[in-house]
Design a protein. Structure first.
Length: 347
């Protein structure tokens, strides 16, 4: 089969012909029909987030058709089934895994496309515990992006920020994750929803998707405007999807009493917040966040199925696997202000 491979020792990335993997006990082979391109994939290829293994197929945002099942896979998973794949799998070795608590609380979650081969390939092997059934009427390219571009902000807002109806939220960075965070905040009943991005097209898109206000964070008056919009209270939740210290500092500075700042953007930079005393005195929280779990993906598939959530406009473009380099460059340069670019490995 064809796969896009990254080799850490030489920092090279290229399409290669490799053997189709075989599912082991408790595993399934999935024919990959769609896989998103995420900035964390780009960071991996650029060497900013090196993978734990020397040679890997990136791609962690996938959906496809079950092609084969290994021994001990439950009967509900059969060849021909349409599935989305949650990218995190339990390590099987930590204390929580030994106690049978599952991937959601694993102490060393392994992420597809970094810890093990991912889905920028025509086939991928995953554990059956990573599968979510996809109804026939949901396009698989939409199901694919649910696996990260939507589960990550969904879990960040609903669980990590514990966002509640009527609470105020600021969302920094309106790309593939932040765009969906606006929709999720609207679905959760947050008010006001304040979207922040230096890109005017991104801000306009956020307003169309449900933000109450869209601000340019490079405007020196944006914090004053947040205070005005929250009647002087500050934000209940500030979620950043950028990964820059300056953005994190903005989010923390906008918090109100007992507000929560959630750091989603990935960066190896040390956290540098300018006013830690205020964080302590106002009992604020700074929390990290990574991805989403199986239950989040199941819930999102249900929300799309029941037409509570519409991600039909989120797939900016699709392309064959042979054009993966073009997709990476387009995302990295934000050419055309994409929400999600999706690879179709079978095309």
């Amino acid at each position: 089969m064809m796969a896009a491979r990254y080799h850490a020792d030489t920092r090279t990335f290229a399409l290669e012909q490799v053997a189709i993997p075989e599912p082991g006990r408790g595993e399934v082979l999935v024919r990959v029909e769609a896989c998103g391109i995420c900035m964390s994939d780009v960071h991996l290829i650029e060497g900013l987030l090196p993978p734990p293994i020397p040679d890997v197929t990136p791609g962690h945002e996938a959906a496809g058709i079950i092609a084969a099942v290994g021994a001990a896979v439950p009967d509900r998973w059969k060849e021909g089934g349409r599935v989305a794949l949650t990218p995190g799998r339990a390590c099987g070795r930590c204390a929580n895994c030994v106690r049978g608590r599952g991937a959601d609380v694993c102490l060393d979650v392994q992420v597809m496309g970094a810890y093990y081969d991912g889905a920028w390939a025509q086939y991928v092997v995953v554990g059956y515990e990573q599968l979510v059934a996809v109804p026939d009427h949901i396009p698989l390219e939409q199901a694919a992006i649910l696996a990260d571009a939507v589960t990550t902000p969904y879990a960040a807002l609903v669980d990590t920020a514990a966002l509640r109806t009527g609470q105020s939220i600021g969302i920094w960075g309106l790309g593939g994750l932040g765009t969906h965070a606006v929709q999720i905040a609207r679905l959760a009943g947050a008010a006001p929803i304040i979207a922040l991005d230096p890109s005017e097209p991104a801000r306009d898109r956020a307003l169309r998707l449900g933000a109450d206000v869209a601000l340019d964070p490079s405007d020196p008056g944006h914090l004053d405007e947040i205070r005005r919009l929250t009647k002087g209270s500050g934000l209940d939740a500030a979620v950043e999807f950028v990964g820059f210290n300056a953005v994190r500092a903005q989010a923390a500075a906008a918090l109100g009493q007992a507000g929560k700042a959630v750091l989603v953007g990935l960066t190896p930079e040390p956290i540098n917040l300018p006013d830690p005393l205020t964080i302590q005195l106002r009992m604020q929280e700074i929390r990290g966040h990574l991805g989403g779990g199986l239950r989040h993906l199941e819930q999102l598939v249900s929300l799309v199925e029941l037409e509570r959530l519409d991600v039909s406009a989120s797939v900016t473009a699709t392309m064959p696997l042979t054009e993966i380099d073009k997709g990476i460059a387009q995302l990295n340069g934000r050419v055309g202000n994409p929400v999600r670019l999706v690879v179709l490995p079978q095309a």
